[in-house]
Design a protein around this ligand. Structure first.
Ligand SMILES: [Cu+2]
Length: 148
């Protein structure tokens, strides 16, 4: 094979979107419908690092508000408090759950309430990687959470 052709092929393979898009898998993505009178809510998902390298999430963005961030819930003096998480690190193959009462995506200062059956896009900003975006469906109660 011609040297130049081989070089081009290698470049195309290295840049193929597959190698980027598969790095972070986002599943079970949902947002709680905004309670009446409130212009903030939280989003939840299962995240898995599908790559062989550590992935670092440095932020989140959404198409409904500029005020989107990762929060963690901590119990301090018997009270649940939330604080922003500047970085979320996922080791190779690691899976983490963003759940009510745990680490979650906070959506604040919404311009419009989010209602049932709607869906929004949320993107994860990654260190040294292209952002990964996923659709989150808005629900009042999550169906699978009824099974206790
Ligand atoms: Cu929060």
């Amino acid at each position: 094979m011609h040297k130049q052709t081989l070089f081009l092929l290698t470049s195309v393979l290295a840049l193929s979107p597959q190698t980027w898009a598969a790095d972070l898998s986002v599943s079970d993505a949902w947002v709680r419908a905004t309670p009446p009178g409130k212009m903030m809510t939280a989003a939840y998902a299962t995240l898995q690092n599908m790559s062989n390298e550590t992935l670092v999430i440095t932020g989140v963005t959404s198409d409904v508000t500029a005020h989107t961030s990762v929060h963690e819930t901590r119990i301090e003096r018997d009270r649940a408090t939330m604080r922003p998480v500047p970085k979320l690190t996922l080791n190779a193959g690691e899976r983490t759950h963003l759940t009510p009462g745990g680490t979650h995506i906070m959506l604040m200062k919404l311009s419009e309430p989010l209602t049932d059956a709607q869906s929004i896009d949320i993107c994860f900003t990654l260190e040294n990687n292209a952002p990964v975006c996923n659709e989150f469906s808005v629900t009042k109660h999550r169906a699978s959470m009824k099974h206790h």
